[in-house]
Write a protein that binds this ligand. Structure first.
Ligand SMILES: [Zn+2]
Length: 262
């Protein structure tokens, strides 16, 4: 009798663009990151075009178990409403969870109130808490420094642990919590600017400190894109001795690759 094949852990980048100028141009897409972890599908940061990028790739929102917003900025949350509606089959099926920081639900909520009843649950992200989605857990270890309440995440599947460092300025204490075999980093800028985003020198420092098996750079601003992120990643690989990749729109990363990296 054949054994049932265990489900793979994959990460699909529905966009690699970040910050206002790039996202307005859509030279790089901004649809977020679609996780398929041991059969559980989770969408992180559905920016503008998430519905277009996901349907184009035959990823089905009605299979999602959760949508997670690292923060309320448009390039991370603009398609949250349509993705909630799609996840719940137009609201006809009450299902799925939405996770976001408290300020995403206050003042001008990023998700319309009429959509909330479609969801199986809404959970507010807080510093140092762990959440579960079916067989997957994730932790939001600390609040980032960014103009709105923002968290990165550490995901744990049956087989893998990986971190996603969402938008932030670099600060002491940022990285001590983020571990795992894979590190996904939102790196908007080439060089440091007085704006609350990571730059390439920050990325190099973080990768050297955390020493993941693989690091994937994404969320590129216009100048970073013009400087060819894949070349920057190649240089960083050589400088750090750690495999660094630049995400591409539509790139699907299979976490099984981590098992073969020394
Ligand atoms: Zn942001």
């Amino acid at each position: 009798m054949e054994r049932e094949k265990p489900a793979a852990d994959t990460i699909t980048f529905l966009g690699t663009g970040g910050a206002r100028i790039m996202v307005a141009s859509q030279i790089l897409a901004s649809g977020g990151i679609w996780l398929n972890l041991d059969g559980t599908e989770i969408l992180v940061d559905p920016g503008p075009g998430s519905i277009v990028q996901s349907t184009k790739r035959k990823l089905r929102a009605d299979k999602l178990s959760a949508i997670i917003l690292s923060h309320r900025h448009l390039d991370h949350a603009a398609d949250a409403n349509i993705m909630v509606e799609a996840m719940t089959q137009g609201g006809f099926k009450r299902r799925g969870k939405l996770f976001a920081p408290a300020d995403a639900f206050e003042g001008e909520p990023v998700v319309f109130s009429y959509l909330r009843s479609y969801l199986e649950g809404i959970e507010v992200l807080e510093e140092g808490k762990t959440y579960s989605v079916d067989n997957i857990s994730f932790t939001t270890p600390l609040r980032h420094i960014h103009p709105v309440e923002t968290y990165g995440m550490i995901f744990k599947t049956g087989k893998h642990t990986f971190s996603y460092i969402a938008d932030t300025r670099y600060f002491d204490g940022l990285i001590q919590h983020y571990g795992g075999d894979l590190l996904i980093l939102n790196v908007v800028f080439l060089a440091p600017l007085p704006i609350d985003h990571l730059s390439m020198p920050d990325a190099k420092h973080i990768i050297m400190e955390l020493k993941p098996k693989v690091a994937i750079l994404t969320h590129f601003g216009m100048r970073t894109w013009q400087a060819h992120p894949w070349e920057i990643a190649e240089n960083l690989s050589q400088e750090t001795g750690i495999k660094v990749l630049a995400a591409r729109d539509g790139m699907k990363f299979d976490l099984a690759k981590l098992d073969t990296v020394g």
